[in-house]
Design a protein around this ligand. Sequence first.
Ligand SMILES: [Zn+2]
Length: 172
Amino acid sequence: MSEGPKVIFEETLLCPVCKSKTFKAIDYLYDTPHAGKLILSNWYCENCGYRFRDIKPYEGREPKVIEMRIENENDLRTIIYRSAFAKITIPELGIEIEPAGMSQGYISTIEGVLEIILDKVGDFCDKECENKIRLAMEGKIKFTLVLEDELGLSFIKSEKATVKPLILTNSD
Ligand SMILES: [Zn+2]
């Protein structure tokens, strides 16, 4: 008797295409006899039909740091998932957003992430840093996007993205 897939993650997110909150994200855990444990993502927008599918080994799900250098407009269109547990840092723009600042995860493009940040920067960003974000959105500033995710759920869909283990430090 074999066990069926288990749902390990389920959330309704903002759709990266039509921007409505109808993007059903569901991750299943499969225990396969030959390939071991696999996570299958089947995310689907009920409004516009946009679909995102992915399969990856379960073992990869541990604290990690994802980093990507954004150098052109093509890079700005890269699909990114920022989980509710991930911290975003963009050193060149002076941006540092703790997970608590935005309680929900979202899938978007890199450009979309900048847009979301711009929407919420009021508190910690002056005119100069706002302008920098706008220039970055137009591909006029090169920058590095860093995602630190304690649960390892986040991802950036690009071969340019590097993934390293996240060393958790206790602040004293
Ligand atoms: Zn949609």
